[in-house]
Design a protein around this ligand. Structure first.
Ligand SMILES: [Zn+2]
Length: 148
């Protein structure tokens, strides 16, 4: 089941494609009783993150739900407030992560913050696919920078 929902999150992530540069593509879905009740992706650079868009798409509460995210949620203030805060505030019960954020200011830290709050965290679901999504992106960015 985790892989099934992560696959859906990956499909969503790809919708962001070119417009999220230089941010990574990220998809998120919120699941309640094995049903998708909310979904979102990082749509454009500087815009709300996938997790936030997923929460915004909800009709009701996310309390007790599971959120699937292709990339570890952020825990620092960038252009938007940290997504770990949104996950905690929305009373999510379980977080399923595809790949850990390679960014050293996040890497594994968000997982620890969530666990400290008593949230169940599963990592490495479709990790290769989720990492590959960013690998292509990273490769593209470095090639682009080389030209400029
Ligand atoms: Zn975020």
């Amino acid at each position: 089941m985790d892989e099934f929902f992560m696959k859906r999150a990956l499909e969503l992530a790809r919708n962001g494609s070119e417009r999220v540069k230089p941010n990574p593509m990220v998809g998120a879905i919120i699941v309640k009783d094995e049903k998708v009740i909310g979904e979102g992706y990082h749509e454009f650079y500087g815009g709300p993150h996938a997790e936030v868009n997923a929460f915004r798409s909800l009709n009701g509460s996310a309390e007790g739900c599971t959120i699937y995210v292709t990339l570890e949620p952020c825990c620092h203030y960038g252009k938007t407030p940290p997504c770990v805060n949104a996950i905690i505030e929305n009373k999510i019960k379980r977080v399923v992560i595809g790949s850990i954020d390679p960014n050293p200011i996040v890497s594994g830290r968000s997982v620890n913050i969530l666990k400290e709050k008593g949230i169940e965290v599963t990592t490495g679901v479709l990790e290769k696919e989720c990492t590959d999504l960013n690998k292509e992106f990273n490769k593209y960015i470095s090639e682009k920078q080389g030209k400029e």
